[in-house]
Design a protein around this ligand. Structure first.
Ligand SMILES: *Cc1c(COP(=O)(O)O)cnc(C)c1O
Length: 401
């Protein structure tokens, strides 16, 4: 990948007719170091946020040794990029062949589950193919259903067992492993650390009811990044609250604490250059959209930061909406996206904070989806990790309910 100082120099060098993804490995390394240094436990990268091998290597080089994978393709991808990484298969519904390949060929020992059927499937798929003996080194993790009320994107409906089912499932899973964990996900972009308090309260109830020994508590993802409408409290507040509530759980004295950030580690990694192909009033027709890296901008009205890359625009800012390149009316991003009022066809725009669930979600629908990738050395358009968001001393105490 070629390296440039910033988005403007890329636009000048290529005058690209297709979108260009701009990657910032330094920003990913900085986010990873922040989590590795300050989260009071082990940090797994949730690969689905962005599976780009260059990103995964940047995270590894910054100290992230464990990876949350959800499909056999993600298992193979991370295993190829990082032969020594610890992979944890954290999708609660897996195929038997995916489990067997992960365990027997890629050294995956940690699997999550939320039903008795999945427990049986895992135990069976990991048997010794010769002797039929059950695996003695499984590490199982029961996924609990928790609320998504503080999150921008819910993960509450689909996965996780209820408090009524959890105790029996924990007891049953304990029969098949020497290392048993509990995991959950509070929903993505959780805007309050209290999301984790509620979830850890549920965890406490499930563990107490089951009265089994718990070796690990995995608080999942949900750690926020920063976007124009979404400025979260400092991540240190999340870490501190999680730490306190973790210590109050009825678990083994040497139990581990894990987290699985996706968005928070990846968001600052990528931005994208798009070109305006047509202007109609305050609507700009650009060359990426709902089926490209702007899925969330179209489908959940996410506002990403934007900046025009031209030097000759003189007018003040005005609010624009975007149309993407496909022939579908739904390929529309309402924004609003503030840009100079005299922006026109042929001009370039940088759209920021697309490293998580943006760049990774580009499709080839309707023949659009090509993008080259380059490295840029400037700062991401917004950052939680560049030191600009130091906490006020007076603001240093998190009030606990
Ligand atoms: C998506 C996902 C994550 C990452 O979530 P973020 O909100 O991006 O941090 C972590 N764990 C699991 C099981 C997931 O499905």
């Amino acid at each position: 990948m070629r390296t440039f100082p910033d988005a403007k120099s890329v636009a000048r060098a290529f005058e690209p007719e297709e979108p260009v993804i701009l990657n910032r490995p330094h920003a990913a390394r900085r986010a990873a170091r922040f989590f590795v240094d300050r989260f009071p436990g082990k940090v797994l990268y949730a690969v689905k946020a962005n599976p780009a091998p260059d990103l995964i290597e940047a995270l590894w080089n910054a100290g992230v040794t464990h990876y949350d994978v959800a499909s056999i393709a993600e298992v193979r991808l991370v295993r190829t990029a990082l032969p020594n990484a610890v992979l944890c298969f954290m999708h609660p519904i897996k195929t038997r062949s995916a489990i067997a390949e992960a365990y027997h060929q890629h050294g995956v020992k940690t699997f999550s589950l939320d039903t008795f059927e999945e427990l049986d499937k895992i135990v069976d798929a990991c048997r010794d193919p010769e002797t039929g003996d059950p695996a003695s080194d499984l590490r199982l993790c029961v996924r609990l259903r928790v609320s998504s009320e503080h999150a921008q994107l819910s993960l509450a409906a689909k996965f996780g067992c209820d408090l009524t089912e959890a105790p029996a499932l924990l007891q049953q899973a304990r029969q098949h492993c020497d290392w048993l964990g509990v995991c959950f996900h509070v929903g993505s972009q959780a805007m309050s650390p209290f999301a984790f308090v509620q979830a850890l309260d549920r965890t406490r109830a499930a563990i107490a009811e089951a009265s089994v020994v718990i070796d690990m508590v995995d608080v999942g993802g949900g750690f926020p990044s920063i976007y124009p409408d979404l400025e979260p409290p400092p991540l240190e507040d999340y870490f501190q609250i999680i730490h306190q509530h973790f210590y109050a759980l009825p678990i083994a004295y040497n139990a581990e604490l894990w987290c699985e950030p996706g968005r928070a580690l990846a968001a600052e990694y990528s931005s994208m250059i798009v070109r305006v192909d047509k202007r109609r009033g305050t609507e700009l027709y650009i060359n990426d959209g709902a089926y490209g890296a702007l899925y969330d901008a179209a489908h959940v009205d996410w506002r990403f930061p934007v900046v025009a890359l031209e030097d000759d625009l003189r007018d003040g800012e005005q609010d624009f909406a975007f149309y993407g390149p496909t022939c579908d009316d739904a390929d529309y991003m309402a924004g609003p996206f503030p840009l100079p009022g005299d922006i026109q066809a042929g001009d370039y725009i940088e759209i920021g904070m697309l490293g998580a669930y943006g760049a990774a979600m580009k499709t080839g629908f309707n023949g659009f989806g090509d993008a080259q990738c380059v490295i840029v050395e400037d700062e991401p358009m917004m950052s939680l990790f560049d030191g600009s968001r130091r906490r006020e001393a007076s603001d240093n105490v998190v009030s606990l309910r």
